[in-house]
Design a protein around this ligand. Structure first.
Ligand code: HEM
Length: 186
């Protein structure tokens, strides 16, 4: 079924490597609870039997980081699938029409100069590993614009929660009109 290394689909249902411990609504409509979270690079034509929901997104080039920021990130970040990372969180996010009406330079200003998204995030590396997926260009019907995925050790849950609180207090988050946390463990 055409595996595509850029396309990542998360399926909430009865199977998969992650046990869903909680689905928390942050802003807007939530997502139904399910037992487990599965994940595939296959291009699934429809929701698999017995699944509650699936969300897909594509990894892509960076939009906002400058060259020095990218170098700092590469020097400090660690990859996914580390053996000590027994917790993960999938956070699907949608931004509103005002955000998408802005130009690239206006968005960068809000993202970094005003909100310090990357600067804040860097404080939590390498404990938190992450991957960003874009959904907006896959179809007009995608329920979210981004799927953000984070992996960390259980001892770093409180740190991760502090990171969330700092980001959610920023100017950038005023443009987010739907956000859900899907918390999982191994
Ligand atoms: C772990 C620390 C984090 C770091 C180092 C970090 C860093 C970054 C960077 C560099 C980008 C821009 C990528 C680009 O140039 O296109 C980005 C985008 C993004 N991040 Fe984070 N981030 C972190 C945590 C988070 C968290 C916890 C969330 C969600 C609650 C989040 C949500 C997003 C979203 C939605 C985008 C896409 C923004 C857009 O394109 O409009 N990030 N992040």
């Amino acid at each position: 079924m055409n595996p595509n290394p850029r396309l990542h689909t998360f399926i909430a249902g009865k199977g998969g490597p992650w046990k869903i411990t909680e689905i928390r609504i942050i802003t807007g409509e939530g997502l139904p609870m399910a037992e487990r979270l599965n994940y595939t690079n296959e291009n699934l034509p429809a929701l698999p039997e017995g699944a509650a929901w699936m969300l897909r997104g594509a990894t892509s080039n960076e939009r906002y980081v400058t060259q020095p920021e990218k170098e700092q990130l590469i020097a400090k970040q660690e990859g996914l699938d580390r053996p000590q990372a027994d917790c993960a969180v999938l956070i699907p996010i949608r931004k509103n029409a005002n955000w998408w009406a802005l130009t690239q330079d206006e968005r960068r200003k809000i993202f970094e100069e005003q909100s310090h998204h990357n600067q804040i995030g860097m404080d939590y590396l390498p404990a938190i590993a992450r991957r960003l997926h874009h959904c907006r260009d896959l179809s007009e019907a995608e329920p979210f614009d981004f799927l953000t995925w984070f992996e960390f050790a259980e001892k770093d849950i409180a740190e991760f929660d502090r990171l969330l609180a700092r980001l959610r207090a920023t100017e950038e988050w005023k443009y987010i009109d739907r956000e859900v946390e899907v918390r999982v463990t191994h």
